[in-house]
Design a protein around this ligand. Sequence first.
Ligand code: DC
Length: 219
Amino acid sequence: MTDKIRIAIDGPSGAGKSTIAKNVARILHIDYIDTGAMYRAIGYKIQKSNIALNDREALKRTLLDTEIDFVEGNVILDGAIINDRIRTPEISKMASEVSALSEVREKLVALQRNMGQRKSVVMDGRDIGTNVLRDAEFKFFVTASPAERARRRWLELSAKGEPAELEQVEEDIIQRDHNDSTRELNPLKKAEDAVELDTTGLTIEEVTQKILEVVKWQS
Ligand code: DC
């Protein structure tokens, strides 16, 4: 295997990216960077500070004063662990909205590139293969049908004791896909050189194995 490897995993919400990315990172003993969590952290902070999204000056000031890090699998915002607080349907929506703002993307993409420069990483998101780590050694685009993704998200929410209507979850997913893939800045899109994996009907373990096969075979 080469000295340093960067693995980019992109795809829509609920395709299983983060669980798969975490598994791959654990097995290869390299760091995992959840870029969606970074957009969620900003969305959470903006919501908590009651900043209007069109107040660009306040937004810029807040971003200058924001620190995001990952420590031992925890998402840290300004020194506090915020893992569970950013996993609500409300923050999902907020994250999608703030991710379309140029100030937010500029800050987070720079941070992510910095993280990817220093060490081997598995990074998942929407624009990793097309933008953040354009020269990543390995790129994957993970998809699943909207119905399957809604079912997975619904199971996750139910397991957390947050019952939701399956239909509503699917509607939200379709809306977020639309927002994420039609926004002007770095939309969700498969990189030309990414390997596409449709996870509908596959287990997380099966997809993890497929990724590891590609990585090991080509390293
Ligand atoms: O993967 P996730 O659901 O945690 O991502 C939250 C939101 O952040 C999602 O609506 C899209 C956005 N996002 C993005 O624009 N670019 C990324 N690299 C990662 C996430």
